[in-house]
Design a protein around this ligand. Sequence first.
Ligand SMILES: CC(C)(COP(=O)(O)OP(=O)(O)OC[C@H]1O[C@@H](n2cnc3c(N)ncnc32)[C@H](O)[C@@H]1OP(=O)(O)O)[C@@H](O)C(=O)NCCC(=O)NCCS
Length: 146
Amino acid sequence: MIICKMTQEHLCGVMEVEHNSFTHPWSENSFMDEINKDSSFCYVALQNDTVVGFAVLETVLDEGNLLDIAVDEKHRRQGVARELFKELFKVADEKKLSFITLEVRESSIPAISLYEAHGFEKVGVRKNYYSKPTENAVLMTKYFNL
Ligand SMILES: CC(C)(COP(=O)(O)OP(=O)(O)OC[C@H]1O[C@@H](n2cnc3c(N)ncnc32)[C@H](O)[C@@H]1OP(=O)(O)O)[C@@H](O)C(=O)NCCC(=O)NCCS
């Protein structure tokens, strides 16, 4: 498996993983917008040239916001997200980010476990933040260089 920067040529595979992972998937244009922003960092995990996962990190000054991360169902629990996080933490180091924050569905136990395993802590809740189905968002943050 290799991790590399997401480009337009990966979008077909990214959209497949996105649609299979979320009830409210991003559009292709949303990914294109992030790819084209200097302040955003988008990575794909490739296995035999096929997209098996991806992550999108937006930065504003010294703040990071993990906007999206997903792994193809057949490739879960094989360390793909862990490899993507290694790349995101390199960005955090290079850009001297103070923290990365994110929102996650309260019922997404795999995602919450993944974040906790990478040092994110629960810092708040947004009531009824998600739709399809309606659900609270848990806010999680990992601080660097404290
Ligand atoms: C969350 C998600 C990205 C994890 O990807 P993954 O490649 O399967 O995760 P990894 O194999 O790298 O797991 C790393 C660690 O995260 C935790 N973890 C991941 N999946 C887990 C699960 N189903 N149950 C419990 N812990 C889990 C474990 O600590 C794991 O380490 P371990 O396997 O050594 O125990 C994947 O399940 C997914 O795409 N889910 C649907 C989309 C989603 O919810 N995205 C997050 C939106 S906020």
